[in-house]
Design a protein around this ligand. Sequence first.
Ligand SMILES: CC(C)(COP(=O)(O)OP(=O)(O)OC[C@H]1O[C@@H](n2cnc3c(N)ncnc32)[C@H](O)[C@@H]1OP(=O)(O)O)[C@@H](O)C(=O)NCCC(=O)NCCS
Length: 192
Amino acid sequence: MTLYEIETERLVLRQWRDGDWVGLHRTYGDPEVMGWIGAAAGDLPSTAAAVGRMSMHWRLLGYGMFAVEERSTREIVGRVGLMLHPDWPLEGPRVEVGWTLQRSAWGRGYATEGAKASLGFAFDVLHLPQIFSMTRPDNARSRAVMERCGLTQRGELEFHSWKQVHYAIDRKDWPPRDAHLPRMNIRKVGER
Ligand SMILES: CC(C)(COP(=O)(O)OP(=O)(O)OC[C@H]1O[C@@H](n2cnc3c(N)ncnc32)[C@H](O)[C@@H]1OP(=O)(O)O)[C@@H](O)C(=O)NCCC(=O)NCCS
């Protein structure tokens, strides 16, 4: 399975490394951040386990959630990328684009920059026909990221007992005409 990393103007979306859980814990250990994704903030070992699951997803499927490293500080500020939901009830590849950043990194456009790079990877490298994204209807920040990336609202449904609004974009609509795409450099970093 080929592993990839993507460099954008301000971020490196990279593979997970041992010890990354310490940086990611600024995100996963924050109850306000985790509340938005329907999870409780855990302890450091539970963040390490989450890093293990994201690494395994990459190795099994050849795509997944990237560690988001800020180029100016070399710090991990969260995660962004692709995730398979095998039990998503609608037709399609069932691959979601998602984002979760530590609070100090909100309001800088990082989620949108990382999401656009992840969509470019999904369509131009993986050739997936469609990508969806879901969130709680009251998550205005996340919905704004979806809209800035050209995803359009497709409906609402209950998933894992949570009401979710879902958006999607088809490969034929990528890249959206009015979405500024960040400069990005997608590179292979190894085989697993
Ligand atoms: C969802 C989440 C990732 C969105 O983060 P965000 O910082 O609001 O989103 P973006 O990266 O697109 O940033 C957009 C903001 O940065 C601002 N910005 C500042 N500099 C910018 C730049 N150079 N380029 C683009 N936008 C910039 C924009 O004006 C916008 O500000 P606004 O929120 O005041 O309108 C973040 O709120 C989060 O982690 N939430 C908790 C987890 C979560 O909900 N995950 C999604 C679950 S489905």
